[in-house]
Design a protein around this ligand. Structure first.
Ligand code: FAD
Ligand code: NAP
Length: 327
């Protein structure tokens, strides 16, 4: 027989948003269950140095920070489940969700903190060579390219950080950007431009990832000049795509309101979605700030909003009264 888990508060996602909601939910006595998904700890587990999370004078490591957050959530009473939700039914309360192993979750409130997933360029050759030289995570795969020529595609914070990180493994790193200015923070740009091991190619996009003979994997990138259309070849054995992330909301299409870019819509200044009892926090509802600290902050809001919602259910208010967010 498959397991049934019932809870006052079900949290989907174990990044900074989900774990912060778990800490607040547990401290409110709601014994939350956190379904961790395929990336326990979320996006920060794919990076190294974190310098902007408040409270730490020294540089800390992303995976370490997430381990600490999980330990704190468990310490105050949250329960972690090694599972991924594959089906949701939000048509009535309690909500019913299914995990990929068949377990059922029955929840009075739902906090969605499923974050975001890496974007790909969408080329067939990219798909074919994924895992054979093409990656979206330098901190995960950089080690495999020790002493080899590598390239990073993108112009945001992630791309610049990935390029800098790769210099730990390679003396020949190229950053390829489609425009002539970077989107990354100035402090990161300065580090990038100062680094002798990094070359920046401006106004270039990848036309094709080029594979070698047999199982050789990636051997080069064919680049298109975005102004002239001219194609040139860059020999590299590693190609790291760092062009941003998509909100992980596929599961909720047709169940809650998403905006045109697929982000969950919340009532401004709150974590309330259009479905009473369902709250959203972190990168899945925020396309502007997308930081660990903002994810943690909105995770706190979601737990407080859910707690307030449950209180209102226990002491019913008139049906036409609009629910207000927690104070
Ligand atoms: P995420 O961290 O994306 O976590 C999402 C969680 O949802 C994961 O645990 C996943 O497994 C889970 N999930 C997804 N689908 C399901 C499902 N169906 N069922 C159950 N669970 C599911 N920010 C900073 O402030 N400082 C930095 O230095 C910094 N560096 C970064 C470096 C990199 C390489 C990247 C990619 C991002 C960086 N960021 C940084 C941004 C920061 O990581 C994100 O803003 C933050 O992680 C968002 O947190 P989140 O909890 O909303 O989502
Ligand atoms: P991002 O800021 O959205 O930047 C994406 C980059 O990829 C942009 O430069 C964009 O080019 C480029 N790009 C997008 N689609 C492309 C395509 N099809 N082909 C070629 N290039 C393409 O994404 P991000 O860098 O992953 O950052 C996401 C969020 O996480 C941001 O809010 C960021 O601040 C945060 N973050 C923070 C840190 C930190 O604080 N240290 C580190 C990493 C990430 P254009 O510029 O031309 O649009």
């Amino acid at each position: 027989m498959t397991a049934v888990h019932s809870t006052r508060m079900l949290i989907l996602g174990s990044g900074p948003a989900g774990l912060s909601a778990a800490i607040y939910g547990a401290r409110a006595g709601l014994s939350p269950i956190v379904v961790q998904g395929i990336q326990p700890g979320g996006q920060l587990t794919t990076t190294t140095d974190v310098e902007n999370y408040p409270g730490y004078r020294e540089v800390i490591q992303g995976p370490w920070l997430m381990e600490e957050m999980q330990a704190q959530a468990e310490h105050v009473g949250a329960q972690m489940m090694w599972d991924t939700i594959v089906e949701v039914d939000l048509s009535e309360r309690p909500f019913r969700l299914k995990g990929d192993g068949g377990a059922t979750y029955v929840a009075d409130t739902l906090v969605i903190a499923t974050g975001a997933q890496a974007k790909w360029l969408g080329l067939e050759s990219e798909q074919k060579l994924r895992g054979q030289g093409v990656s979206a995570c330098a901190t995960c795969d950089g080690f495999f390219f020790r002493g080899k020529k590598v390239a990073v595609i993108g112009g945001g914070n992630t791309a610049v950080e990935e390029a800098l990180y790769l210099t730990n493994h390679s003396h020949d790193v190229t950053l390829i950007h489609r425009r002539d200015t970077l989107r990354a923070e100035k402090i990161l740009q300065e580090r990038l431009f100062k680094h002798h091991g990094i070359t920046v190619l401006w106004n270039k996009e990848v036309a094709e990832f080029v594979g070698g003979e047999g199982n050789e994997g990636l051997v080069a990138l064919d680049l298109r000049d975005t102004r002239t259309g001219e194609i040139s070849r860059l020999d590299v054995e590693g190609g790291f795509v760092a062009i941003g992330h998509h909100p992980a909301t596929e599961l909720f299409k047709g169940h809650i309101t998403l905006d045109a870019d697929g982000y969950i819509q919340v009532k401004p200044g709150t974590s309330l979605t259009n479905v009473p009892g369902v709250f959203a926090c972190g990168d899945v509802m925020d396309k502007v700030y997308r930081q660990a600290i903002t994810a943690a902050g909105t995770g706190c809001m979601a737990a407080l909003d859910a707690e307030r919602f449950l209180q209102q259910q226990d002491y019913p208010v008139p049906e036409d009264a609009e629910m207000e967010p927690a104070e």
